[in-house]
Design a protein around this ligand. Structure first.
Ligand code: SF4
Length: 377
């Protein structure tokens, strides 16, 4: 079934490390944007079955609950939304209240994902986030009171000046709150990020070091002790609470993205909408072409993607499935390139599957290049 992604590009402030497609909240532009996305969804609707909707951003919780309700209804009208479809809203802790969360729940949202990033106020300030640790904890309590039984939290590791023990305190704080799902990411610094300049001025390490590896390994262990199972390089969940939407990206699935900069992949074709919010609204309103990039993936490219996204999963690549879908014996084809990684204990080949060990996950990008054809390497 299809996954439906809806991009909401507005934020109350711009964080000093962020490289997403987002801009400052502007109520008039937001109202026009929601109308444009509704129009795009209606135009794309073909009644195909879909079982997830994901409101990502930016900060989707800056939309009013009635706007989210209208977007969910448009998806329901345009596609055959499965009973029990997973409907996720990304939210920032400072932008919600119990009433607002209850209204999102009434609008059909059944999973909320909070961008917490840290439970340490000094770390949050360094990231220029608007919330505090206690506000984040309260947001989860409010979500529970509002009826959410599927809550995810994002945490970032290897923050400026963060020690391994400080990171583990964040993990402990997360476990104490008991969300059903958590995503843990390493801070990535894009070239012109203001935070990067601050870090350079303060002479903090700019490249992930041994501490970063320890944070990952010990953090994952602690999450496991807390009752979570790692199912993807950066994601853990309590049983049955894996993100069904994100699994489509890693399991060679199909999805449609709506809104500015949204990507879609369907029937072997990948395309991307125009990135600027103003241009997007202008194009939809004028009935002009929204797509800026579009290309048909060759069979070989689809195979490569299935392999390197599949390797992100803790369960690894299902080799039988790949053989069935692409007619390729993966181990026979890549054996000589993969063996050195297997010998170093970074990769495990078992009958029927190929998966990274946790240490291998730290070097995932390097290992995945094996699957990228020499032409693009
Ligand atoms: S709230 Fe999220 S999307 Fe918005 S600026 Fe901060 S990190 Fe970026």
């Amino acid at each position: 079934m299809l996954g439906l992604y809806v991009h909401i590009p507005f934020c109350a402030a711009i964080c000093n490390y962020c490289n997403f497609n987002r801009g400052l909240f502007d109520p008039a532009l937001k109202a026009r944007y929601v109308q444009a996305v509704l129009q795009e969804i209606r135009a794309a609707g073909d009644g195909s079955p879909a079982d997830t909707i994901f409101f990502g951003g930016g900060t989707p919780s800056l939309l009013e609950p009635d706007e989210i309700a209208a977007l969910v209804s448009a998806c329901r009208d345009a596609f055959a939304l499965a009973t029990g479809a997973e409907i996720t809203l990304e939210a920032n802790p400072e932008s919600v209240s119990e009433d607002r969360l209850a209204a999102y729940r009434a609008a059909g949202v059944n999973r909320v994902s909070f961008g917490v990033q840290s439970f340490d106020d000094a770390e949050l300030r360094r990231l220029s986030r608007l919330h505090t640790a206690s506000r984040a904890e309260l947001a989860v309590t409010e979500a529970r009171r509002a009826g959410f039984d599927n809550v995810s939290l994002d945490l970032m590791m290897w923050l400026p000046q963060q020690s391994v023990s400080a990171w583990l305190r964040n993990v402990d704080a997360l476990c104490a709150i008991r969300p059903e799902h958590a995503s843990v990411y390493m801070l990535e610094l894009y070239p012109n990020a203001p935070l990067r300049e601050e870090m350079a001025r303060a002479q903090w390490s700019l490249a992930p070091d041994d501490d970063a590896a320890e944070m990952y390994l010990q953090g994952m262990e602690r999450l496991e002790k807390g009752g979570y199972t790692q199912y993807e390089i950066s994601n853990v969940a309590r049983p049955g609470h894996e993100s069904r939407h994100n699994l489509k990206y890693w399991q060679d699935g199909e999805w449609l993205g709506f809104g500015c900069g949204a990507h879609s992949t369907r029937h072997g074709v990948r395309w991307k909408n125009v990135a600027s919010t103003e241009d997007y609204v202008g194009s939809v309103t004028a009935g002009a072409r929204l797509i800026t990039e579009e290309r048909r993936l060759s069979r070989e490219e689809r195979l490569e993607e299935a392999l390197f996204t599949g390797l992100r999963l803790a369960g690894g690549i299902d080799l039988g499935d790949i053989q069935k879908r692409y007619g390729v014996d993966v181990w026979a084809r890549y054996r000589s390139d993969l063996l050195p990684f297997a010998d170093e204990g970074l990769l495990v080949y078992d009958v029927g599957s190929l998966k990274l060990t946790r240490r291998g996950m730290l070097l995932a990008h390097e290992i995945m290049t094996v699957f990228i054809s020499s032409a693009v390497r």
